[in-house]
Design a protein around this ligand. Structure first.
Ligand code: 6PG
Length: 231
C-alpha cells in the first residue's frame, strides 16, 4: 500500500484539501451510509467549520471519533465538544448519525460501549470506515495511541481505554487493527510544532503515526510549516 504525502500552503489549505477528498470519495462511493472517523485535536477544527458551511449529502454521513479524552461531552477538552461547536451545532443531524464516545463514564466501560456501538453499526467484528481522519502530536502519537502505551499492542478489540503515563490518566482510542481496516486514512498535520518529529515519525515504528494506513489509500496532508524538515 503506497503512502502519499501532499504538502499544501497552510492550515486553510489542509482543510480545503481534506474537504475536496471527502467530496471525491462521497461521489465515487456507492449510495448509502458513508462512515467517517473524525480526528480530535485542534487541527481539524477549520475543516469541520467548512463542512458545516458546505452542501454535502448529510443524510449519508455517519460520524464517529477515532479517540476521545476522558471528560464529559461539554468539557473544554472534549473532542466531541470541539466538533459540536465547529460543525454539529449548525447541522440538524439525527442522533443515529452521530456516534460519540460516552467519555463521561469509567474509561473501560466507555471503551466497551464504543466497541459495541461499532460492532452494531458496522454489522461486523471490526469497523471498516470509509474515511478516517487522524492528527499527529509532536511526540508522534495519533488518535490516542501514544509511544510506549499499552494500547499499541491491542489487537483483540477495536476500542480501548489507554493509560498515558505523561498525563497520569486514560484516553480512549481505536486500536491499530480498527484504524487500519479503514478504506481511506488521511492524516491532517499542520504547524511548525510538528516539523521536528515528522521526518522520523513517518518511518520509525517507535512513532504510532508511522503504523497507520488505509486499505485503499493513505494520505499525509501536511502544511508547509509541518513539512519544513522533510527532505
Ligand atoms: C486528540 C487527538 C490527537 C490529535 C493530535 C494532534 O484527541 O487530541 O486524537 O491524536 O490529533 O494530538 O493535535 P492537534 O491537532 O491539536 O495538534
Amino acid at each position: 500500500m503506497t503512502r502519499d504525502i501532499q504538502v499544501v500552503q497552510d492550515l486553510e489549505a489542509v482543510a480545503r484539501g481534506a474537504l475536496t477528498q471527502l467530496r471525491r470519495l462521497l461521489d465515487s462511493s456507492p449510495a448509502g451510509p458513508f462512515r467517517i472517523a473524525l480526528s480530535g485535536g485542534s487541527t481539524p477544527r477549520h475543516l469541520y467549520q467548512l463542512m458545516a458551511e458546505s452542501t454535502l449529502p448529510w443524510e449519508r454521513i455517519h460520524l464517529f471519533w477515532g479517540g476521545e479524552r476522558c471528560v464529559p461531552p461539554d468539557h473544554k477538552d472534549s473532542n466531541y465538544r470541539m466538533t459540536r461547536e465547529a460543525m454539529l451545532d449548525r447541522l440538524q443531524l439525527p442522533d443515529s448519525q452521530v456516534h460519540r464516545w460516552q467519555a463521561e463514564l469509567d474509561p473501560d466501560e466507555a471503551a466497551r460501549l464504543y466497541d459495541k456501538t461499532l460492532k452494531s453499526e458496522f454489522g461486523a467484528d471490526w469497523p471498516q470506515f470509509d474515511l478516517m481522519w487522524l492528527g499527529m502530536g509532536d511526540d508522534g502519537h495519533t488518535a490516542s495511541l501514544f509511544p510506549g502505551s499499552p494500547a499499541l499492542e491491542r489487537t483483540d478489540v477495536a476500542a480501548v481505554a489507554n493509560y498515558i503515563e505523561k498525563f497520569e490518566s486514560h484516553r480512549l482510542t481505536l486500536t491499530f487493527p480498527a484504524i487500519n481496516a479503514s478504506r481511506h486514512v488521511t492524516l491532517l498535520i499542520a504547524g511548525a510544532g510538528k516539523a521536528g518529529v515528522l521526518p522520523e515519525a513517518l518511518h520509525s515504528d517507535h512513532y504510532p503515526v508511522s503504523r497507520v494506513h488505509g486499505t485503499q489509500s493513505t494520505l499525509f496532508l501536511l502544511d508547509q510549516a509541518a513539512a519544513a524538515q522533510l527532505g
